[in-house]
Design a protein around this ligand. Structure first.
Ligand code: SF4
Length: 285
C-alpha cells in the first residue's frame, strides 16, 4: 500500500517543531486536555486580521481609511484583556495601525486572494493553509504573485524573519502551482511599525523549506506509528521545556511546563502598549 500523505497546515508543522508534546496535546489526544484561558494578543491579532479582510470585501469607493473604525468595531474580539481600560487602549492602538496601513493602500488594487486557502501535494505531504493576502504584481521579470502576511506583535521584523518563515515559503510554493505564475516574494507587513520585511525566494530556498516540512511530517508519522505499536506516548512526543512554556496553552497540563512562570493572558498586549527595553517577547501574533 502506498504511504498516505500527511495532511498539514503551517500551524501543525510549527507546533511539532516548537514542542512535540504540544503537538500531541493539540492534535492527537482525545479528549483534548483543557487549554488555558484565551490570550489578549491573539484577540488583538484576530480583530485586526478580520478587519483587513472585511476592508477588501467592501466596494472600492468604500475602501477608505475612515472605514477602519466601523470594521474594527464589528470584528473586535474582547477575550483575554486585563480590564476594560487595557481593552480600550488596545482598541485605540489597533485603530491607529489600521488607519495608517489602509491609508497607504491603493483601494483599486484587487488582491488575487484575501485569506485564501492555498494547497499543494508532494510525495510526502498534503499541505493547505490560509494566506492573509495574495497579491498579483508586476515583478522585475514580469507578472508575479506575492504572499503577504500581517503581523501585530510588538517586535519589529527583519528580512530574516521573512526568509526563515516556513509558512510563507509553503504558501509561495503552493501559490506558484495554483496560479501557474512565479511566486517567490514573501512579505511580512508589521502594522505597529508600518514596515514591510520581504524576502525573495529562489527555487532552491523554496525546495529547502518543503524538504524541511517533509522531514517534520515524517517525524510526526514515525512518532504516531511508534505509539500505535505500543511505545510510551510521552516518550514518542517529548517535551521541550523553555521560555515558550509560559505562553503555552497546555502549561497547566504538561509536567514540564510547571517549571516556567506562567504569563498573564494580557502580558504581551501590556508590553505592546507600554514598550520598555526588555528582551524580545516570546509571544507574537
Ligand atoms: S508547557 Fe512547554 S514542554 Fe509542555 S507542552 Fe507546552 S511548550 Fe511543550
Amino acid at each position: 500500500m502506498p504511504e498516505r500523505l500527511f495532511v498539514c497546515t503551517p500551524s501543525k508543522l510549527a507546533a511539532y517543531a516548537d514542542c512535540p508534546r504540544r503537538y500531541r496535546y493539540t492534535y492527537l489526544d482525545r479528549p483534548a486536555p483543557p487549554k488555558g484561558p484565551p490570550w489578549a494578543h491573539n484577540s488583538l491579532g484576530a480583530s485586526v486580521h478580520t478587519a483587513l479582510r472585511a476592508w477588501y470585501s467592501r466596494p472600492v469607493p468604500e475602501r477608505r481609511p475612515e472605514a477602519a473604525a466601523a470594521l474594527l468595531k464589528n470584528t473586535w474580539v474582547r477575550d483575554g484583556y486585563r480590564d476594560d481600560e487595557q481593552e480600550r487602549a488596545a482598541y485605540r492602538q489597533a485603530l491607529q495601525w489600521l488607519e495608517a496601513y489602509l491609508g497607504a493602500l491603493d483601494p483599486t488594487v484587487e488582491p488575487l486572494g484575501v485569506e485564501r486557502v492555498v494547497a499543494v501535494k508532494t510525495s510526502v505531504l498534503a499541505f493547505n493553509g490560509r494566506a492573509d493576502r495574495i497579491d498579483a504584481r508586476s515583478g522585475p521579470d514580469g507578472p508575479e504573485v506575492v504572499i503577504v502576511d500581517y503581523k501585530t506583535g510588538r517586535t519589529g521584523l527583519t528580512s530574516d524573519d521573512a526568509r526563515g518563515s516556513q509558512a510563507l515559503a509553503l504558501y509561495a510554493y503552493a501559490a506558484q502551482r495554483m496560479f501557474r505564475r512565479p511566486c517567490r516574494r514573501v512579505e511580512l507587513h508589521h502594522l505597529p511599525t508600518g514596515t514591510v520585511s520581504a524576502f525573495v525566494h529562489s527555487d532552491e530556498s523554496l525546495d529547502r523549506q518543503v524538504v524541511r516540512a517533509e522531514a517534520t511530517a515524517r517525524d510526526i508519522t514515525a512518532a504516531q506509528r511508534a505509539v500505535a505499536d505500543g511505545a510510551d506516548p510521552d516518550e514518542a512526543f517529548p517535551t521541550t521545556p523553555g521560555t515558550l512554556c509560559g505562553w503555552c496553552d497546555y502549561r497547566r497540563t504538561c509536567p514540564a511546563g510547571a517549571g516556567y512562570p506562567e504569563q498573564q493572558q494580557w502580558a504581551a498586549v501590556d508590553r505592546l502598549l507600554n514598550p520598555s527595553p526588555q528582551p524580545r517577547a516570546a509571544a507574537e501574533d
